[in-house]
Design a protein around this ligand. Sequence first.
Ligand code: G3P
Ligand code: CA
Length: 242
Amino acid sequence: MEKNNYIIYAHRGALAYAPENTKIAFEKALELNANGIELDLQKTKDGKLVIFHDDIIDNKSNGKGKISDYTYQELLNFDFGSWFDSKYKNEKILLFEDFAKEFLDKDLTFAIELKVLGIEENTLDIINKYKTHDNIYITSFLYEAIENTRELNKNIKLSWLVSKINKENVNKLLKIKGQQICPKAELVSKEDIDLANKNGLGVRLWGIYNEEIMKRVYKFNIEGMTVNFPDKLYELIKKEKM
Ligand code: G3P
Ligand code: CA
């Protein structure tokens, strides 16, 4: 793989350095040389798309309860930064539309993860309103979410999050004309990646929790990986090129 095209996806923004999935985490990612952004989408009680990973807000804010039980306006009352560091006290939950307005026209690759079913159409509408290029993957662990996305849009890139690559997963993804398969880094092998590549699929890895895993999987023929520390992957790429 030509490493010039290697995508450093900042996982939920630069989550090792800032409260995940917030605006500051995405800005930090760009500062640290990420050329891709990964984020998670959830739906509020009033049907708005917000960028958030968990089903409940207890661990990543000063509030409690299910994200889907709050309206967007109600969520704005909570602090989504202090749990990470008091210096991020005023960080608010981020509306996907506000993210799209500010980031989607940038020269970056995006992995937009659908955490729940039923948000496919709204996600595509927002993307279509703000995108200026096609380096955007709709991604999910939920096969049905990407299957529904394909029914709504014939051209958008799809990437499927799986534990392991196998023949069955590859065929399921090819059936809906997906582009990329995303196995867990710790479980992947060169043979699995060859299988995906042979069938015309690109590979993005997830679950790179430390530098040791990052270094082990770096040499594989992949399109990129989702990392918590984009700066470290950037340094590794630079070093390997020298
Ligand atoms: O890149 C995919 C990765 O983000 C999947 O894990 O738990 O962060 O959604 P999670
Ligand atoms: Ca994710």
